[in-house]
Design a protein around this ligand. Sequence first.
Ligand SMILES: Nc1ncnc2c1ncn2[C@@H]1O[C@H](COP(=O)(O)OP(=O)(O)OP(=O)(O)O)[C@@H](O)[C@H]1O
Ligand SMILES: [Mg+2]
Length: 185
Amino acid sequence: MIEFEVDDAEQTRAIGRALASHLRAGDLVMLHGELGAGKTTLAQGIGQGLHVRGRVSSPTFIVARVHPSLIGGPDLIHADAYRITDLDDLETLDLDSTLAGSVTLVEWGEGKTEALSDQRLEIDVDRPHGGEADHEDGVIDLEHMDDGHRVVVLHPFGTRWDGEFAHLGDEVVALTAEAATPTDE
Ligand SMILES: Nc1ncnc2c1ncn2[C@@H]1O[C@H](COP(=O)(O)OP(=O)(O)OP(=O)(O)O)[C@@H](O)[C@H]1O
Ligand SMILES: [Mg+2]
């Protein structure tokens, strides 16, 4: 188990970018966490790190989207199993046929996609302070509901990940600093 605490969305993306350099074809990553926790935000960082085409976004009608690699690496399959309620629907997604050749990321897959791989990486994105609104003189302050604080916890399953994340903390720090450094572009 590896735990990170972050203060904003860009830091969550930095975790995704750092993680991406450890991912290869055949890997299954399941993202858990409540609505708006930051699962897609983390997936965006993974997409950046893998150098795939298109910005990873929240699928509305499409449940799975393929982001082809731009660098000859594995494609990214980003799936949202939120609306998947039965096994038939899950089979329609056909994730098992693309698994071996891609990096597969699934949001809301809990209790649904574990069987795809016993070597999976499960990640919890937690919003410890919840979505409590500030109340001031009876006015609910929606703008300040989200303090940006998140706890991201990696749960590796299987021997696939042995030793893989030994330096992940340093890599995340390096990539966070990189994101914050202005460039001349
Ligand atoms: N530290 C943080 N990490 C990730 N997102 C953050 C953070 N702080 C604030 N946010 C904001 O919280 C929102 C997270 O939305 P996101 O779509 O990533 O959540 P999600 O878990 O995928 O939700 P859903 O269950 O609806 O798919 C974004 O608006 C993001 O900017
Ligand atoms: Mg999402």
